[in-house]
Write a protein that binds this ligand. Structure first.
Ligand SMILES: Cc1cc2nc3c(=O)[nH]c(=O)nc-3n(C[C@H](O)[C@H](O)[C@H](O)COP(=O)(O)O)c2cc1C
Length: 328
């Protein structure tokens, strides 16, 4: 289904007629849900989160759905076929998806021209999520840092993407979450600082760590040239799934409803300690869920699973609700 959506989205995004038709059916054409974050103007506070348009195939259709932006990727330095199938399993009773894609993508060099060719209005933001290549050539920490930097430099040189995210929290990769410990993250960010990127840089956090451990990561991030965090990635706790869908022994992180409360609580805790940008992500299925995250301290919202279960009308519903009463 994901593949079919991408093929259709790509087709519709290619023509003005396709974009107009989708906009009439689902769009949110008014400008009053606009938000500005780190100097970037978003048509609405809702973005498509990383992992849906991982190969930058459907960017051009997304403004017609009311999105304020998309996070393309995660992209990696080398192309990767990802993990063995099944890479995605729908868990409808839990309103979740079991994700075991393992960073499947065409590689940063193939994806850059697609980002540059996207037809988008000025108030639609393309961010690019950068991860470490998931293949058997992945070696030690230094090689991992070089891998991240290769993608960041390629994107920056091409002028592709208006912000970048470091995905340090992909739960299903060859070398594991190597950069999710404070010392390793510090070493990665120290090297990335030297790149002096001209675009905002965010770090996407794991949500399955205890708060005491996550707080140490936030402390590291604050000491570097990082504009904020995305809270957060997939949950690892399969016990949160409905009975019968607990995926005994199955690999993968879980999205959607099981992430909602954890991510919102973490946003609150992080907001109490920092003033930088927080992008709230995890289990947004309604305008009220978006408001909960904004009230907790998020500046923007990202989602995937809510759109899959509730349909693409959800985006305009959130934008309309926000426009009617932006003071959350
Ligand atoms: C199919 C799928 C693929 C994903 N791939 C990525 C990815 O490549 N990089 C990333 O940072 N997050 C990835 N994620 C996590 C999402 O970006 C998001 O953090 C998570 O799904 C929680 O949001 P949701 O409940 O709105 O889906 C993926 C999620 C899904 C459902």
């Amino acid at each position: 289904m994901h593949t079919r959506f991408l093929v259709l989205g790509n087709l519709l995004g290619r023509s003005r007629l396709g974009r107009t038709a989708v906009s009439l059916a689902y769009g949110y054409p008014h400008g009053d849900a606009r938000v500005i974050v780190d100097g970037l103007a978003y048509h609405s506070p809702v973005m498509l989160s990383a992992g849906f348009d991982y190969n930058a195939r459907i960017i051009s259709i997304l403004p017609s759905l009311g999105f304020g932006g998309v996070e393309v990727g995660s992209v990696t330095a080398r192309a990767s076929a990802g993990n063995k199938s099944p890479q995605l399993v729908r868990l409808p009773r839990s309103k979740s998806i079991l994700v075991n894609k393992g960073l499947k993508n065409d590689g940063v060099d193939a994806i850059i021209p697609r980002i540059l060719a996207a037809r988008i209005p000025d108030d639609f933001v393309i961010g690019v999520s950068v991860a470490r290549t998931n293949d058997s050539a992945a070696a030690d920490e230094n090689e991992g840092i070089a891998d991240y930097c290769y993608s960041l430099k390629a994107l920056s040189k091409a002028g592709a993407g208006r912000y970048y995210t470091l995905n340090i929290s992909c739960p299903n990769s060859f070398t594991g979450e190597l950069f999710s410990t404070p010392p390793a993250l510090d070493r990665l960010l120290t090297v990335v600082d030297v790149l002096a990127l001209a675009r905002p840089l965010y770090v996407k956090l794991p949500i399955s760590l205890p708060w005491e451990d996550l707080r140490l990561l936030v402390d590291v991030i604050r000491a570097h040239r990082v504009a904020g965090v995305i809270v957060g990635n997939l949950h690892k706790d399969h016990a949160l799934l409905a009975e019968g869908e607990r995926s005994h022994g199955r690999q993968g992180g879980i999205s959607g409803a099981p992430c909602r409360e954890t991510s919102t609580e973490l946003i609150k805790k992080i907001r109490a300690t920092v003033a930088f940008t927080i992008i709230g992500c995890g289990g947004v299925f309604s305008p009220e869920h978006a408001r909960e995250k904004l009230r907790a301290g998020a500046d923007l919202i990202q989602l995937i699973t809510g759109m899959i279960y509730e349909g693409p009308g959800l985006i305009a519903d959130i934008a309309r609700d926000y426009a009617n009463s932006p003071l959350v």
